[in-house]
Design a protein around this ligand. Structure first.
Ligand SMILES: C[S@@+](CC[C@H](N)C(=O)[O-])C[C@H]1O[C@@H](n2cnc3c(N)ncnc32)[C@H](O)[C@@H]1O
Length: 315
């Protein structure tokens, strides 16, 4: 098992964070159950589900989105479920005029903007993702292009959105400068991205299943909030609002909005059967279920869950 990062290793890390929250942060969560869970996982690292590999093979942006394009829009994408309501509410506030969906992918936000009466331009580096956007929006101006060299004139759009894409770039100053360049003075820009804590510390990645049924991931580059602020300042952009989409963990709600991803769903099914088991095995399965799918009853806020910062700017 040397060098392989397993699901059990990941869970041990999350348990460690929970211990810190309970102990070092004095959140009131008891630490003993966590230690018991850590012992349990540590001795079972070579059994499923703990032995499942978590270090998925990587694809670059072009190859990854080319393969993912077929299924990207299917329901069950937790990140989109978190991000979309906030971004849409900001898009609703855009003044009339042409709007750029930068790294538009399959045209998710572009379609929303077009339905709201905007003239929409879309740019993306992936032909495969754009092919879907073209089917969805036959009348829109959709161009192949890179965020670092947008195929648009200076001061040509009154609004722009760049959703869930900047984190794929190692440097964010060049694309942010480009977004500032194409906006008219006073124009608005809306950006959403995975939280750097999620991608930097918790290992969150854009994960998809390829044509052969193999789970793969597209690399992410975590950027600190200070990097975004520096890039905004250099591009002459002023922050109007910064929001953070996170799962609703209030009493009576499920922590995961929408259907669970396939892998988690399958594991939950296993755990549900375990509920009927008694004794040690039943308790082990119930614990496992709790880790992957927090219970519907009131649950503590889970700071380790991914969140999606959304920022609205003006030039
Ligand atoms: C997670 S998808 C998001 C698509 C769309 N914005 C949405 O939110 O549904 C990321 C998109 O960014 C695009 N992308 C990544 N790097 C890019 C770059 N340097 N220039 C243009 N597009 C890029 C990918 O091709 C992909 O379509």
């Amino acid at each position: 098992m040397a060098g392989v990062f397993r699901h059990g290793h990941y869970l041990l890390g999350i348990e460690g964070l929970a211990l810190l929250r309970g102990g070092a942060q004095r959140s009131g969560d008891p630490v003993e159950p966590r230690v018991e869970e850590i012992r349990e996982i540590a001795v079972r690292l070579e059994e499923l589900p703990y032995s499942a590999r978590r270090d998925l093979p990587a694809s670059d942006v072009q190859a990854g989105y080319s393969s993912w394009a077929q299924t990207y829009d299917q329901p069950g994408n937790d990140t989109i479920a978190l991000e979309e309501p906030i971004v849409h509410s900001l898009l609703d506030d855009l003044p009339p005029g042409p709007v750029l969906d930068a790294a538009c992918g399959t045209g998710r936000h572009a379609a929303y903007l077009a339905a709201g009466g905007h003239e929409v331009l879309g740019v993306d580096v992936s032909e495969a993702m754009l092919a879907h956007a073209r089917r969805r929006l036959p009348a829109a101006d959709l161009r192949v292009g890179d965020l670092t060299d947008l195929p648009l004139e200076d001061d040509s759009v009154t609004g722009a959105v760049c959703a869930l894409a900047l984190s794929h770039l190692a440097e964010i100053a060049p694309p942010v400068a480009e977004l500032g360049r194409v906006l008219v003075p006073g124009g608005r820009l809306i950006i959403s991205d995975p939280h750097p804590l999620a991608s930097g510390l918790l290992g969150w990645r854009a994960v998809y299943t390829d044509e052969a049924g193999l789970r793969r991931m597209i690399p992410e580059h975590p950027h600190l909030h200070s990097e975004y602020i520096d890039a905004f300042r250099a591009a002459g952009l002023v922050v109007r609002l910064a929001d953070r989409a996170r799962p609703d963990t209030s009493p009576g709600t499920r922590a995961r909005p929408g259907p669970a991803p396939r892998g988690v769903h399958a594991s939950a099914h296993r755990a549900a059967r375990g509920d009927r088991l008694g004794g040690r095995e039943g308790r082990r399965q119930q614990r496992w279920q709790r880790l992957i799918e927090p219970p519907a009853r009131p649950a503590p806020r889970r700071d380790a869950q991914p969140s999606v910062p959304v920022v609205s700017l003006r030039r």
